[in-house]
Each structure stands twice: as structure tokens, then as C-alpha cells.
Write a protein that binds this ligand. Structure first.
Ligand SMILES: *Cc1c(COP(=O)(O)O)cnc(C)c1O
Length: 390
């Protein structure tokens, strides 16, 4: 695309808004709702989009533009739009793409709120959703109907840490003329670029590893220019835009994404390897462990394995809960992708009300624990889990 494109880390640090007359080194925060015009003609031309400039922060803002530009460079995308949260990105993307009567084929293992959108609100607009099981990708084609518009998936999945073959999904989409929309939140643009494997749109919750420090919410959708144009037109009317302050925080966070994620992954692999040798652990799932069922696919499409490790404590739901209660240092929280290691027990919390067959399809068993491995010294994290297992 761009001959002058530099390495990921360099783009993350050197992509900045233009310097002002104050010659600041660090980009200022443009906390302004609107922008001024020289005269009536400039205002007319700007609103007519004959002139490219910021008009109003619901449409665009220098801090938000900088954040979006960085994510586009990182993902190899033509264009993007930033949102107040990951869910605002998911909803606005679907609301733009889909018409009443359309049909979506989605992986059964998607973020809880996304699942809620499909089951609670899509039917209201006569939009149907069919699910494919992570272990039955070969059945996807049988779910496609004349009104199917897109295939939607997350990889690695939450909380099961399964890996879906992006190239295979893309081939199905090409064959049936469907859009491929990927939620790339767990991998981050540093570890995986779905567009390279044929995705049309990539969605992120910037709240997770992009911020990486559990401070602000954010979301972003990037991809094909003509699709982003439609998403932009919908969003500038409906107002789910990212705030300049959050964009400023997140753009600075992206400067350190590579170093942070490298360490997250190193810690996660060490923890996963340790757990695999523990007698009270039934199984461990981590994309870069050789024992992972989709290890080869993970190696093909991911740079490293990510920061989420799933494992099963022997003894089912009771032992799973006991383990969580015995944790001393790690946080018990529903968030993920923080500097602090977070431990959750899906069967008794996020997925407590989910039917057994749906849970099984999403790869969740009763004693399963999900760890979002943080940036503490990995030996302290291992020590905490070790004493809790004991
Ligand atoms: C957290 C998350 C979301 C939603 O993002 P918010 O910023 O919390 O709205 C969407 N998809 C995945 C995979 C997530 O982990």
C-alpha cells in the first residue's frame, strides 16, 4: 500500500497529529465539540464534503483521527471509524450493513453482549442469526441462505480460546458472495491481521489490550473504504463516536501495544506450560501450546498466542469455585487485557444461565477457568495459581 510504511512499532509511535505552533512533542488533547470556519463559503464546502476537515466531534476530531489512522496502519485497512465502546462498534457496524430480512451466520462462541444483540434485538428488525459450532466449521455452508449477508466470528474465542481458520472462513465468503466480519479484540492488530486473510471488516473493543490498563472504553471498525463510508454516515447521524479524551488515551496506549503484548504472551505461554504439568489440571488451552487442537492454524495466522489461557480444574463446578476463592493476588473481575492478571469462572458467573448444550458448543465446561494473564512477574502469577490449586 504505502511504500514508506515502517515497522509496526514505529508506526504506532510516529503516527501523530500535526504539530501546532507550540511545537509540542506529545500530541495535545483536542477537547472541543466543534471547529470554526473562515467564512460562509468554507463552511458550505466543508459540509458538502468538497473540503476535508473536522466539522464537529460527533463526525471526527484530531485525536480520534490519529487513533483511527494508527489502527488502520496496524491492520492494513483502508479506512476506519472509532466508537465509544466495542459494543457501539459491533452494533453500528451491523446496523449499517444489515437490512430487515437479512441473515447472519455467526460463530456460536461470541462475546456475551454481541450474542444478546443477535437474540434480543435482531429479531425485532426481522434479522435472523444462525450459529455454527467452533468444532463444526465444515457445516457453515449448510447454514447459508439466499438472504445471508455476512459471516461473523471472533478468534481466538472467548472464553474457550478456540482458534478459527480465517483463510477458510474467507474462502466460504468469497464463494457465496458474503462479507466476512471479524472481532479481532483478543488477538489485537499486533498478533493478527484478519484483512490479510480476506476479512472485509475488523472490529475491536479498544477497552481490552489496546488500552491495556483498564482505564477507558473504546471501539473501532476498520476495513474496506466503501463499507466504512456507510458506517461513517450512519454513525455521524446516530452519535456513537469515541470521545477525544478516550482517543487521546488510547492513541498513547497503542505506542506501547507491541512491547506490552509481547510480554503478555510470554507470561501466558509460561503459565500455560506450567499448568499443563499440574496434576489437578485436567486440560489447558492456549493457542501456542502444541496440544491446542488448532495449533497449526494459530501458528499460521497469529504472531504469538495472546494473553488468555483457559484450563479445567479437576472436580467440576465446586472445585472451580473453590479454586477461585483461594486466589490471593490475581483479580476476580469480568474484564480482560489489563496489566493485572484476572481470573474468572465462566460456569458460575458469565455463563451461569446458559443452557448446557450452548455452553458445550462454546467450549465451556463446569470446572473451566479463564485467565487473562497480566504484566506482573510471571513467577508471582504462577505462585498464586499454584497455591490456589493446592
Ligand atoms: C469486551 C469485548 C467486546 C465489547 O467491548 P466493550 O468495549 O466492552 O463494549 C466485544 N467483543 C469482544 C471479543 C470483547 O472482549
Amino acid at each position: 500500500m504505502n511504500k514508506n510504511k515502517k515497522h509496526f512499532e514505529t508506526e504506532a509511535i510516529r503516527t501523530q497529529s500535526e504539530t501546532t505552533q507550540f511545537s509540542e512533542h506529545s500530541v495535545p488533547l483536542y477537547l472541543t465539540s466543534g471547529f470554526v470556519f473562515d467564512d460562509a463559503e468554507e463552511m458550505r464546502a466543508s459540509f458538502a464534503e468538497e473540503k476535508q476537515r473536522d466539522l464537529y466531534s460527533r463526525y471526527s476530531n484530531p485525536n480520534v483521527n490519529e487513533f483511527v489512522d494508527k489502527v488502520c496502519l496496524m491492520e492494513g485497512a483502508e479506512a476506519g471509524f472509532a466508537f465509544a465502546s466495542g459494543m457501539a462498534a459491533v452494533f453500528s457496524t451491523f446496523a449499517t450493513l444489515l437490512d430487515a430480512g437479512d441473515h447472519v451466520v455467526s460463530c456460536s462462541s461470541v462475546f456475551g453482549a454481541t450474542h444478546g444483540l443477535f437474540t434480543k434485538y435482531f429479531p425485532k428488525w426481522n434479522i435472523e442469526c444462525s450459529y455454527f459450532n467452533i468444532n463444526e466449521v465444515e457445516k457453515i455452508e449448510s447454514l447459508i441462505k439466499p438472504n445471508t449477508k455476512c459471516i461473523y466470528a471472533e478468534t481466538p474465542t472467548n472464553p474457550g480460546v478456540d482458534v478459527l481458520d480465517l483463510e477458510a472462513l474467507s474462502a466460504i465468503c468469497k464463494k457465496h458472495n458474503l462479507l466476512l466480519v471479524i472481532d479481532n479484540c483478543f488477538a489485537t492488530p499486533y498478533l493478527q491481521n484478519p484483512i490479510k486473510f480476506g476479512a472485509d471488516l475488523v472490529i475491536h473493543s479498544a477497552t481490552k489490550l489496546m488500552d491495556g490498563q483498564g482505564r477507558v472504553l473504546g471501539g473501532v471498525t476498520v476495513g474496506k473504504e466503501e463499507l466504512i463510508r456507510e458506517i461513517y454516515l450512519f454513525s455521524r447521524l446516530t452519535g456513537p463516536s469515541m470521545s477525544p479524551f478516550n482517543a487521546w488515551v488510547l492513541s498513547k496506549s497503542l505506542e506501547t501495544l507491541a512491547v506490552r503484548v509481547d510480554r503478555h504472551c510470554e507470561n501466558a505461554l509460561k503459565l500455560a506450560t506450567y499448568l499443563e504439568s499440574h496434576p489437578k489440571v485436567k486440560w489447558v488451552k492456549y493457542p501456542f501450546l502444541k496440544s491446542h487442537p488448532q495449533y497449526e492454524v494459530a501458528k499460521k495466522q497469529m504472531k504469538l498466542g495472546g494473553n488468555i489461557v483457559a484450563f479445567e480444574v479437576k472436580g467440576g463446578i465446586e472445585e472451580g469455585r473453590k479454586f477461585i476463592d483461594a486466589i490471593k493476588m490475581c483479580s476476580l473481575s469480568a474484564n480482560l487485557g489489563d496489566t493485572r492478571t484476572i481470573v474468572t469462572h465462566p460456569a458460575s458467573t458469565t455463563h451461569a444461565k446458559v443452557e448446557p448444550e450452548v455452553k458445550a458448543a462454546a467450549g465451556i465446561s463446569d470446572g473451566m477457568v479463564r485467565v487473562s494473564v497480566g504484566l506482573e512477574h510471571v513467577n508471582d502469577v504462577i505462585e498464586d495459581l499454584k497455591q490456589a490449586l493446592g
